[in-house]
Design a protein around this ligand. Structure first.
Ligand code: R5P
Length: 323
């Protein structure tokens, strides 16, 4: 816990990640603001901030994880409430930014959902966004308000350094995560490899090919999201066939949906490390001892303190960008 910030700062949380909000408040030595989220008889959401926010820096902590539409609407209603209650500034703290995977128009007649979400947050009255491990960094540019984009990298690296895995190789499970795996590889002083996924024919399942040397090595796969587990499971099977010894996974956002549990439990994976940007659901908990959760509460709390005190936040994300 650090010294309490002044009364000019208020933190409220929606229902998506209350435990993480508590971790943030514990770090800052302050109480979570009281808020009510209710429902009208027809199912519509209703929100009320139960504390005075006039002239305060208001931080609203909400991951837009499943149920994504509910959580997003809840956040929008909280932003609107704070704006209409004359908050001095409103920062949306979004540990997991949903709809991020639809970040470009890759075929005709489809939306760019990540941009639409940015528009909605801005129109509602958000002044600033604090996000963590956005699926695509260009989402920052979808906003015309300041976006502080942090990485959980220092939290995960600290854990991995303590584990001191011998003969380690960092592996990107697909080409999109090479930069991320490279940052970990440099920080941990371990070599880098990647798995490339391909379809052998239009009607066959995807198979992977390893680029790099993993034979008799302990492997750490890094990714930003585990959703259905397909990407990580294919990569793990491919790495095992290529002679890897123990295989661990570090992924930031535990979305965990669909067939994820059976895929990951059937894959040759010893440990899955995730963060608390999304609370573990039943599918994630079915991984039992194999799943390890690291908290990003201190990291986000420190960023929020710096934003409130007008101190530089870049120190908190420079490390990843340098690697
Ligand atoms: C892909 O670009 C992402 O980095 C993740 O690999 C992907 O979203 C994971 O999804 P799933 O677990 O469904 O394969």
């Amino acid at each position: 816990m650090i010294k309490a910030v002044d009364d000019e700062m208020k933190i409220f949380a929606g229902r998506a990640c209350p435990e993480l909000a508590k971790q943030i408040c514990d770090y800052l030595g302050m109480a979570l603001g009281k808020a009510e989220v209710g429902r009208f008889p027809d199912g519509e959401l209703n929100v009320k901030l139960d504390e005075d926010v006039r002239g305060r820096d208001v931080f609203l902590v909400q991951s837009t994880c499943p149920p994504v539409n509910e959580n997003l609407m809840e956040l929008l209603l909280m932003v609107d409430s704070a704006r209409r209650a004359s908050a001095s500034s409103i920062t949306a703290v979004i540990p997991y930014y949903g709809y991020a995977r639809k970040d470009r128009k890759d075929e005709g007649r489809v939306p760019i959902a990540a941009k639409l979400v940015a528009n909605m947050l801005t129109v509602a009255g958000t002044d600033r966004v604090l996000a963590l491990d956005l699926h695509a960094t260009q989402i920052q540019g979808f906003f015309d308000i300041p976006v502080d984009h942090l990485y959980s990298f220092p939290v995960i690296v600290e854990y991995l350094r303590e584990k001191a895995i011998e003969d380690l190789v960092l592996v990107a499970p697909d080409i999109g995560r090479v930069r991320m795996a490279n940052a970990y590889s440099r920080a941990l002083g371990a070599p880098l490899a990647m798995v490339e996924k391909r379809r052998e024919s239009p009607d066959s399942a995807k198979v992977g090919f390893v680029i790099g040397d993993v034979r008799d090595k302990n492997v750490l796969l890094v990714d930003d999201i585990i959703a259905t587990g397909g990407t990580i499971a294919i990569a793990a099977h491919t790495l095992k066939e290529a002679g890897a010894r123990q295989i661990s996974v570090a992924a930031v956002h535990p979305v965990f949906c669909g067939p994820v549990a059976e895929r990951l439990l059937a894959a040759p994976i010893d440990e899955v490390v995730v963060t608390d940007t999304i609370p573990l659901n039943d599918l994630a908990r079915s991984m039992g001892e194999k799943i390890k959760v690291l908290s990003v509460g201190r990291l986000l709390g420190e960023a929020m303190r710096r934003i409130h005190c007008n101190e530089s936040v870049s120190l908190l994300f420079d490390q990843f960008n340098r690697e």
